[in-house]
Design a protein around this ligand. Structure first.
Ligand SMILES: Cc1cc2nc3c(=O)[nH]c(=O)nc-3n(C[C@H](O)[C@H](O)[C@H](O)COP(=O)(O)O)c2cc1C
Length: 457
């Protein structure tokens, strides 16, 4: 079976057709017809209430200024998210240090720009209350891009947790000089705490200590070959994220939400991957991810978001099941429903081990107008608390609002998982939906494609 390419594009007209395909593939995916649970409020730590179970997932727009500050495009993206009806907005990756930016247009929250972002939050909350009857909770994702740092643009300036024979050649790494020192990490703990405090002062409801997609903290969790305080045994590999959480908790108000988005499965060979079976890279081994989730909760983390994979790898479908790959890349060999089922499965396994905290799920966008049916089934079964929407939020930010008024998503407005938004990131331009938000993003997509093709000629 593994030799056969099972991939196919979304071509389903009904839930029962999807269910037929799932049983043909030998995977279990529950769905329900009554999706009303999605409209019910979700309590985070009994203090912060999301008005419904929809969450915008963090989606980098790569459209901030060179200093990491607000632009018209970034303003427009968040305006669409705020007015879209989701109860929770998980803001995109915001770099805590300039050298940890994934591109020179990545968001930063600085002493200079925080007042501007504060005003944005205030204005958009006011408008959201006026137009949708609620203000979404806002979590800011704090990141260090680690081996994917490109603060100057084209030139890769990686800062890694360990050597990696699979990834080092891709990043042009030939020696140990790009490995960050223990002293660097110790200083970084304080910087995370300072930025979290600034996020609180800015008006965010909480922050996320991002630990996914092979950025610095995800790689540290897998740094079995690293020497020193932050490498080797799990106790050392998890030290950095736990110290960051502890340092943040010490400086923020008790009602400020501390959360983490982490990879439950890297699909990267052992010993370099986190959450992978030592024997078979295709299998998740959730022992350490579950232990991590429990330790985070013990340190006071009140909200988790589960994801998987490395979007820069040869297997971006692990993170985002898709119809079409990036330009020039092969189509995935697995069926997108298998990817969806994997994301649902690892999320369920984590949620059942830490049922006291709320968990946001990922990987729903490929399901299009049937998202509510699968999301409601997962919530009713206690497998997740929020349905997180990534690419769907670029294409169709008001899907939650439509659901809350009409009881369903509009099929014509749904994301078609064509990978153009990711392509725009790879082509070094602003990311958005070139299909469903074409008046703004089609020409941006086309211009960047033409330029990239010229360079590749
Ligand atoms: C253009 C683009 C930007 C993204 N930016 C982020 C980000 O800043 N932080 C993050 O954790 N994930 C990021 N992701 C991953 C998404 O949050 C999400 O996990 C993924 O798209 C799968 O969810 P979906 O099926 O709803 O799209 C990004 C994905 C895309 C396509």
């Amino acid at each position: 079976m593994s030799e056969i390419n099972r991939h196919e594009k979304f071509n389903f007209k009904s839930l029962s057709q999807i269910q037929e395909k799932a049983s043909e593939l030998g995977i279990a995916l529950s769905s329900v017809d009554d999706c009303s649970v999605l409209a019910e409020p979700v309590n985070i730590a009994e203090r912060r209430i999301s008005k419904n179970a929809f969450a915008v997932l963090p989606m980098e727009g790569c459209d901030w200024t060179a200093e990491g500050s607000l632009t018209e495009l970034a303003h427009r993206r968040y305006e669409r998210f705020f007015l879209g009806g989701s109860g929770l907005i998980w803001w995109e990756a915001c770099a805590v240090v300039p050298e940890g930016r994934a591109n020179p247009r990545q968001m930063m929250l600085t002493k200079v720009n925080h007042q501007l972002i504060s005003r944005l939050l205030e204005n958009l909350r006011r408008r959201a209350i006026r137009e949708t009857g609620q203000a979404p909770l806002c979590i800011l994702q704090l990141t260090h891009s680690g081996r994917y740092s490109r603060p100057e643009g084209k030139r890769s300036l990686p800062l890694t947790a360990q050597r990696d024979p699979f990834l080092d050649p891709v990043g042009g790494i030939k020696d140990d000089s790009r490995i960050v020192s223990d002293d660097y990490l110790k200083k970084l703990v304080e910087i995370y705490a300072e930025t979290a405090k600034r996020a609180q002062e800015t008006g965010f409801d909480g922050i996320d200590v991002k630990a996914c997609h092979r950025y610095l903290i995800n790689e540290l969790l897998a740094a079995r070959t690293r020497a020193g305080d932050f490498g080797g045994p799990f106790e050392n590999r998890s030290r950095f994220i736990l110290e960051v959480v502890e340092a943040i908790k010490a400086v923020v108000r008790p009602d400020f939400i501390v959360s983490s988005r982490f990879n439950a499965y890297d699909r990267h060979p052992f010993p370099y991957g986190f959450g992978v079976s030592p024997e078979n890279v295709l299998e998740a081994d959730l022992e350490e991810p579950i232990l991590l989730a429990k330790l985070l909760v013990k340190k006071g983390v009140e909200l988790l978001c589960v994801t998987a994979g490395n979007p820069y790898s040869d297997f971006p479908e692990i993170t985002r099941p898709m119809d079409l790959p990036l330009v020039g890349k092969p189509k995935p060999s697995e069926h997108p429903l298998e990817g969806v089922a994997r994301l649902f499965g690892v999320t369920k396994a984590i949620k059942h081990e830490v049922s006291s905290v709320k968990v946001v799920g990922s990987g729903y966008s490929w399901l299009r107008q049937f998202i509510p049916n699968f999301a409601a089934a997962n919530i009713e079964a206690g497998n997740v608390d929020f349905v997180g929407l990534g690419r769907s939020s670029f294409a169709y930010p008001d899907a939650p609002r439509d659901f809350l008024t009409d009881g369903k998503f509009n099929e014509k407005k749904c994301c078609v998982s064509c990978s153009r938004c990711s392509q725009m990131m790879r082509d070094d331009t602003f990311a958005g939906c070139a299909i469903k938000d074409r008046s703004v993003y089609q020409s941006i997509y086309q211009t960047a494609r033409t330029a990239a093709e010229k360079v590749n000629k």
